[in-house]
Design a protein around this ligand. Structure first.
Ligand code: B12
Ligand code: SF4
Length: 551
């Protein structure tokens, strides 16, 4: 591919696809598929207790930070914002980032670029690039499969192997729970760190793994614990954070890097906390105390199914592992697949009960979904089992099957999926309560731990347990009294234990703020029932821009 003639003088616009998202429309937005991680696929059945927040489009932020051309990032625009930006600046390159589900929007954005900025070169990146025959479906100049920083550097004639500069990323925006928006103080929200893309485990359904090379492959941005430590120190000072969301599909798999990071954290006396994604086999490479010392306070782990044959789960008792992690104060977010090959209408409820029986702090359920680019998609296509005529906008894992399952119908797939979310909530209560359980267990175990950093971290987390979370628990206990007595009693018992540990402060917080939260939760449920949805804010950020005006 020849480089762009203007090289690093080219003006670049990098944009995500346009909103609004949480509505049904002709471009592929779906009310069931909002731009919210938890409310979309984790806590969506938890009513007013659902955790709601947005996440920026990190791929384009990473690219912007690592090129020296004048570059604008436009995140979550409306069509009008996008049109305005195209007309206001003569962009040489317009890069659009998307996943497959949003292909209809990419098509429309390409059309808009051709109309409003005909001299721009259109570059498409992100998972949408794995769509078969994409070049015939949209009017673009380049379709980039896989890692985008090196591609864009190459295209601009820059050194593609130069070290990766990490952008400052606040992990979540506009967080809401129980009907209230949480304050956004500097340092109050974790920073996202992206150590790598891809995952070498290569599970058959996994698009992230497939997109960056599949089994045995991935792309590391930071090879060593020292490099990661330096990036985290930078974010600590610029964003004022102590907690990090490690956006690496399998952070713990790279033990040497993690252990070196731990050494540096100990030397630097860093009481950092960390949320990580990790497969069970990777978690088991560590003693639980090592995880705690590393600051791991949250693990997102695929549980898939007890009868699945995934390498990562071999030899693991996932119930026991989850229990152990929670006992050590590590919150667990489980992920279970509905509609695996061995599932039938007869055994699926039992499998869901098993999943729910993990009693994780959070639980994601997703339909088994063959997505282009994955080994599963190839297999299903070869067997002629892919269903024709399903809009790509509906293939997001939260609607219905997009393939012919041996035993479960499309309509039933949706019913079982919804039942799983409902059952998890019914049996285990709101995730907020489960998190408090885990935090209390961790604090009890580690309050006298010899490593001061660990004590400091648990103490920091516990401030919330004594105050805001105590109030939230009061509200939850009262909310559930009428609708789920058993859960209400469990919450009452936890409140009693917290009050025993923390005394007056937690009682005061509960009695004074609890009723407000109960009221705001109910108000939120009324609002949502009346059709209220949430959309991320439009964000525009320019980099190297002065140079552009001078050029
Ligand atoms: C954060 C995230 C979200 C955020 C959205 C963030 C946003 N602003 O869009 C939330 C939580 C809202 C979300 C929602 C959904 N998501 Co999501 N999400 C992710 C997640 C966890 C991280 C993405 C990320 O930033 N990665 C790190 C960056 C650096 O990687 P990257 O984005 O791939 O970017 C690199 C390349 O792709 C490329 N690139 C990207 N953009 C561009 C643009 C150009 C011009 C170029 C040249 C290159 C390029 O360069 C980058 C650097 O190498 C990924 C999983 C993952 N680990 O990636 C899933 C993932 C992207 N999501 C996915 C899905 C399916 C969804 C949902 C449909 C939910 C669901 N039911 O699962 C919804 C859709 C919501 C909607 N209405 O659009 C799938 C996509 C599958 C596919 N093949 O299309 C993924 C891969 C998860 C998975 N394994 O299934 N998601
Ligand atoms: S372990 Fe997780 S991230 Fe890795 S390939 Fe399997 S599903 Fe994907």
């Amino acid at each position: 591919m020849p480089a762009h003639p203007k090289g690093t003088h080219a003006r670049v616009l990098l944009t995500s696809v346009f909103g609004p998202y949480a509505q049904d429309d002709e471009f592929g937005s779906r009310a069931i598929n909002p731009m919210e991680l938890y409310h979309n696929q984790v806590t969506r059945a938890q009513g007013g207790f659902s955790l709601r927040m947005f996440h920026r489009s990190w791929g384009i932020m990473m690219i912007q930070q690592n090129i020296s051309a004048p570059c604008t990032v436009l995140d979550f625009p409306t069509r009008a914002d996008f049109a305005r930006e195209l007309k206001a600046n003569a962009y040489d390159i317009v890069g659009i980032s998307s996943i497959i589900v949003n292909l209809g929007k990419v098509r429309e954005m390409c059309r808009m670029v051709r109309e409003l900025s005909p001299d721009s070169t259109i570059v498409i990146g992100g998972h949408v690039a794995a769509t078969p025959g994409l070049d015939h479906l949209i009017d673009a100049d380049h379709i980039v499969r896989g890692e985008g920083i090196s591609w864009m550097r190459r295209y601009l004639g820059e050194d593609e192997k130069a070290p990766i500069r990490h952008p400052e990323i606040v992990s979540g925006l506009q967080t809401r729970v129980m009907g209230l928006r949480l304050p956004e103080n500097k340092g109050g929200t974790a920073a996202t760190i992206i150590p790598s893309v891809g995952c070498p485990m290569g599970c058959n359904f996994c698009t992230t793994s497939a997109f960056f090379g599949g089994k045995g492959k991935f792309v590391n941005f930071y090879e060593t614990g020292d490099e990661l430590f330096d990036v985290m120190c930078q974010m600590e000072s610029s964003l004022g954070v102590q907690t990090f969301f490690m956006m690496d599909e399998n952070f713990l798999l790279h033990r040497e890097r993690a252990m070196r990071l731990l050494e540096r954290m100990k030397e630097g006396k860093k009481a950092w906390g960390m949320a990580v994604f990790a497969s069970a086999n990777a978690v088991r490479k560590y003693k639980v105390e090592e995880l705690v010392e590393l600051g791991v306070s949250w693990v997102w782990m695929g549980l898939e199914s007890p009868r699945s044959k995934y390498e990562k789960l071999k030899g693991t008792d996932s119930h026991q592992l989850t229990r152990e992690l929670r006992e050590h104060g590590i919150r667990v977010q489980g992920s279970t697949i509905i509609g695996l090959e061995h599932h039938t209408p007869d055994n699926i409820r039992e499998e869901i009960e098993y999943a729910v029986g993990h009693n994780t702090d959070f639980h994601q359920f997703m339909l088994y979904t063959p997505v282009p680019g994955t080994p599963l998609y190839k297999e299903m296509s070869e067997q002629g089992r892919m269903l024709e005529g399903i809009d790509l906008a509906d293939i997001h894992g939260q609607d219905k099957f997009n393939f012919r399952h041996a035993a479960i119908s499309r309509d039933d797939s949706k019913r079982f999926l919804d039942w799983a979310f409902w059952r998890d909530f019914e049996r285990n209560g709101p995730s907020l309560y489960r998190m408090c359980q885990t935090m209390l267990q961790g604090w009890r175990k580690y309050r006298d731990y010899p490593d001061l950093r660990v004590r400091e971290r648990f103490e920091r987390e516990n401030v919330k347990l004594r105050t805001a979370y105590s109030a939230a628990l009061w509200a939850s206990e009262h909310y559930f009294r009428k609708v789920n007595r058993e859960v209400s009693e469990q919450i009452h018992e936890l409140r009693r234990q917290i009050a025993k540990e923390f005394g007056t402060i937690s009682r005061l917080a509960a009695n004074l703020v609890g009723p407000v939260l109960l009221w705001s939760t109910r108000r939120e449920e009324r609002r949502v029932a009346a059709g209220k949805t949430y959309e991320p804010p439009t964000i525009l950020e320019r980099r190297n821009w002065v140079t552009a005006e001078e050029s």
